[in-house]
Design a protein around this ligand. Structure first.
Ligand code: C2E
Ligand code: CA
Ligand code: CA
Ligand code: CA
Length: 279
């Protein structure tokens, strides 16, 4: 019995150790990646009802020398647990601002806004507001072209501090977007107190929109809600023209999804933009 218990303990220790060393190497790898410039931003077009691209969401990619392109689902959670999301998030903001400045000199691109995802631990930093303002000012980007995306779950804690930070950055000119809207429960109550300019319908409601009655009801409710709250509404994960037409008919006029484009490297994004010919 004791032997069996010892054997189980031994296995458990080995499992724990593997877990810790995998985590540790992921942490070390992410630190090295940041230092060596292995992170990239890809940009997914955001499209209005007549097909014009008005903005892009910046989505983080890790170009690993051995493992190739790693999507954020694999490393964002670990980056949050280890605190590395803070320097990574700073890099993302600087990179997005630098991109806005580059685009401001190109008549095809100058109108675009960029949406940046902000993680909970970034937002919780006491100097978050100051840091964002400094990054934007140093870059020379126009604050009105920067959007910051928060998820509903991030609004559950420290509501008053969050509202203060949001208002401070709003006063500076940055706008706020509520990501994955509809997947949390808590924010509806105080949504009207939060200075969001934009709500994003989560892709889970768009996926089965044509066949699922509750998804239809939710989308219709979000259209009414966003109108009443005077917020822009954008649907994520639009993959088919049927979904697009449904959303359009219900009054959701902005979209993001594979129907229009996957997230693109900067070169591919610029090539994807239609060129205006002055003649
Ligand atoms: P998100 O902010 O909800 O981003 C949308 C995700 O949906 C992206 O996945 C995008 O590639 C994907 N997507 C877009 N259109 C479609 C579609 O039509 N169909 C389907 N099935 N998927 C679509 P991605 O790039 O893998 O990012 C996953 C998540 O990682 C993001 O979800 C966001 O929460 C997080 N993330 C990405 N970049 C950053 C970042 O710079 N900072 C932070 N903190 N989180 C980030
Ligand atoms: Ca997002
Ligand atoms: Ca989302
Ligand atoms: Ca999401």
């Amino acid at each position: 019995n004791n032997l069996a218990a010892l054997a189980i303990l031994g296995v458990a220790l080995i499992v724990m150790q593997t877990d810790i060393s995998t985590r540790h190497s992921l942490y070390a790898d992410m630190r090295a990646a940041l230092a060596q410039g292995q992170f990239r931003l890809h940009y997914q077009p955001q499209v209005d009802a007549v097909g014009n691209i008005f903005g892009a969401e910046a989505l983080l990619r890790w170009q690993h020398p051995v493992r190739g392109m790693i999507p954020p689902g694999v490393f964002i959670a670990a980056a949050e647990e280890t605190g590395l999301i803070q320097p990574i998030g700073t890099w993302v903001l600087k990179e997005a601002c630098a991109q806005l400045v580059k685009w401001s000199k190109d008549p095809n691109m100058a109108h675009l806004s960029i949406s940046v995802n902000v993680s909970a631990s970034q937002l919780r930093q006491p100097d978050f507001v100051q840091e964002v303002i400094e990054i934007v000012m140093r870059s020379g980007a126009t604050p009105a072209q920067l959007k910051l995306e928060l998820t509903e779950s991030m609004l559950a804690k420290d509501v008053d501090t969050t509202i203060q930070k949001m208002k401070a950055l709003r006063a500076f000119g940055i706008s706020w977007s509520l990501d994955d809207f509809g997947t949390g429960y808590s924010s509806l109550n105080y949504l009207k107190h939060l200075p969001f300019e934009q709500l994003k319908i989560d892709q889970s409601f768009v996926r089965d929109l044509l066949t699922n009655e509750s998804d239809k009801a939710i989308v219709e409710t979000l259209v009414v809600l966003s109108k009443n709250l005077n917020m822009m509404l954008i649907a994520e994960g639009v993959e088919t023209t049927e979904q697009l037409n449904y959303l359009l008919n219900k009054g959701c006029m902005k979209y993001q999804g594979y129907l229009f484009s996957r997230p693109l490297s900067i070169e591919a994004f610029e090539a994807f933009m239609p060129v205006f010919h002055e003649s």
